[in-house]
Design a protein. Structure first.
Lengths: 307, 256
């Protein structure tokens, strides 16, 4: 029982990363019917931006210019990096996808893959092949709950990701931008005729998705401090699977599927040799998709993009 | 002075000329009919006027300001609104949300308002609700305000589209076959609604319609297009007796 609970705790943390990245995939897909295949690499860029921001804030703090405690540095790092990374997402949209708005979707998919490679190799050129470590901003505290070990970092990671998901849900439900995003998911053509600047809403969608990926990157850096330029590739693909599994444009679906993926991977690794983890875990996902091809909350329906 | 003036507008799809030298003088408060066989380019003309397509040639002037080439949302906010032949509604959104969406550019509250329910949000939401309910009342669908449009009968969906189009506070309303698929009873109701919004809002209306009865009864003047080109223009009586119109609609005497 203790082992089960321990793995449950671990998979909650692991699923948090998938869930946060999957949200960005799902949002963009719902309004543009386009998979932003550079999204996994934006997660990586977000992590690196987080490293830069946190070192910057640490330097400021230790030099006495801005004496703030480490926990506040962490909070500021998350917020500021999300803000900066959102611009990376918006630039990717503006430069990579907007010119292809009316091109076949395959062109946009290839563009996404290329942008991903540019981000990875760009990182290599800028920082070299050495690995970069996330600074340790908070001391790890471990709590023993009857044989199940929970760290303060794990609690924080799960809490922050749930908080962000909830914030996104509220944003989509209550703001006019969120309302426009929902409408665009159903029918694109009528939306600008209501006076809605669709390009701004699309840019905003990319921005928010990227900000969430950045948060995932930083939380990942807190749990596993060593970052490398290719960390976004596999993570990106898996989060993409979560987005599909959740159903097109569904916040709840992407979140649940992200956590489900985390559970499946961790529990498969608990029972089977860990080298077989992805094989078995993704065979299970494939099986689910066979019976629910449009995911948990998707519907067998494709929006009309053009007239 | 015409509120909407189109000069020699043409549009190509690849090598195909879909609209050829189309011109229009729409006077304020006028109801103008646009008729022609299927595929004549009527809906394309609407798409050109609303900025969904950009005309290849020609000029579109709204109140003396050139609007062709402007993005669709700018044209919409300058006072042109429309409905669609094949209802473009947002399936899982409520009727009220549809109308609210049309108030997008007038919603001023931002993140703080949305998350914390500031007085500003409450004030704006109340104002939107009041205006929206007014429009829904006028369309006779107020009782459906909180329904998801997916579940509504066809006639009610048409009314939602009309309410949405009016919520942008247009000066010109483009109606693309508002009576398509309607039974005679609904037809009369829709004609009533068109008359009413025309009178109450003082709108200029451009109407695409296949049922000649509707066009003849509602319109002050009628244009006929065929193969993307204007072939006749005049009062309902003139159009009814124009040999070119009869030709385009019914074919040569030996046909049909």
């Amino acid at each position: 029982m203790a082992i089960f609970l321990q793995n449950l705790v671990n998979s909650l943390q692991w699923g948090s990363f998938y869930a946060l990245i999957a949200l960005g995939y799902s949002m963009v897909y719902s309004i543009l019917m386009l998979f932003n295949f550079a999204h996994g690499d934006i997660f990586m860029v977000g992590g690196y931006i987080g490293v830069g921001v946190s070192f910057g804030l640490l330097a400021l703090s230790s030099s006495g210019i801005l004496a703030i405690p480490n926990w506040l540095i962490l909070v500021l790092t998350i917020l500021f990096s999300m803000f900066l990374t959102s611009f990376v997402g918006m630039i990717v949209e503006r430069v990579g996808y907007r010119p292809l708005r009316n091109a076949p979707r395959a062109s946009a998919a290839i563009t996404g893959l290329m942008i991903g490679i540019i981000l990875e190799t760009g990182n290599l050129i800028l920082l070299g092949a050495r690995r970069v470590s996330f600074p340790s901003l908070i001391e790890t505290a471990t709590y023993d709950l009857g044989g199940v070990f929970v760290t303060n970092k794990k609690i924080m990671i799960v809490a922050v990701s749930l908080l962000l998901t909830l914030a996104l849900h509220q944003f989509i439900r209550r703001t006019k931008w969120g309302m426009a995003m929902r409408a665009m998911a159903f029918d694109f053509v009528a939306v600008p005729l209501m006076g809605v600047p669709v390009n701004k809403v699309i840019a905003l969608t990319f921005g928010i998705g990227s900000a969430l990926a950045a948060a995932a990157g930083i939380l990942f850096g807190i749990a596993y401090p060593v970052l490398d330029p290719y960390m976004g590739v596999l993570f990106g693909w898996k989060a993409f699977v979560a987005a599909i599994l959740g159903g097109r444009g569904s916040i709840l679906g992407a979140t649940l599927a992200g956590f489900l993926l985390g559970f499946t991977e961790i529990f498969v690794a608990m029972i089977f040799p860990s080298t077989l983890r992805d094989l078995i875990a993704y065979s299970i996902i494939l099986l689910i998709l066979t019976f629910r091809p449009h995911g948990f909350f998707g519907e067998p329906y494709s929006a009309r993009l053009r007239l | 002075m015409p509120i909407l003036e189109v000069r020699n507008m043409s549009h190509d799809f690849g090598g195909l000329r879909a609209v050829q030298n189309y011109s229009l003088d729409l006077e304020p408060g006028q109801i103008r009919g646009l008729i022609g066989p299927n595929g004549a380019g009527k809906t394309t003309i609407f798409n050109l006027l609303t900025g969904i397509y950009v005309p290849t040639e020609g000029e579109v002037m709204l109140n003396g300001t050139r609007i062709n080439g402007l993005p669709a949302h700018r044209i919409a906010s300058m006072g042109i609104s429309r409905t669609f032949q094949n209802l473009l509604l947002w399936r899982h959104m409520t009727v009220l949300e549809h109308v609210k969406m049309a108030r997008y550019s007038k919603i001023r509250y931002g993140l703080a308002g949305a998350f914390f329910g500031t007085p500003k949000r409450k004030r704006e939401e109340a104002e939107i609700a009041e205006r929206s309910y007014g429009l829904l009342e006028m369309m006779g669908i107020r009782h459906l305000a909180d329904q998801v449009v997916l579940n509504l009968p066809y006639g009610a969906q048409r009314r939602v589209e009309m309410a949405r189009a009016l919520a942008t506070e247009p000066r010109i309303l483009l109606l693309d076959e508002p009576t398509a698929g309607m039974n005679p009873e609904e037809l009369v109701q829709i004609m009533e609604i068109v008359r009413k919004v025309h009178k109450d809002f003082g709108l200029a209306i451009l109407l695409i319609e296949h049922r000649l009865k509707v066009v003849m009864e509602l319109c002050h003047k009628i244009q006929t297009v065929n193969f993307g080109e204007l072939i006749a223009e005049g009062t309902p009586e003139e159009i009814q007796n124009d040999p070119k119109v009869i030709d385009a609609y019914l074919g040569k005497e030996n046909v049909g």
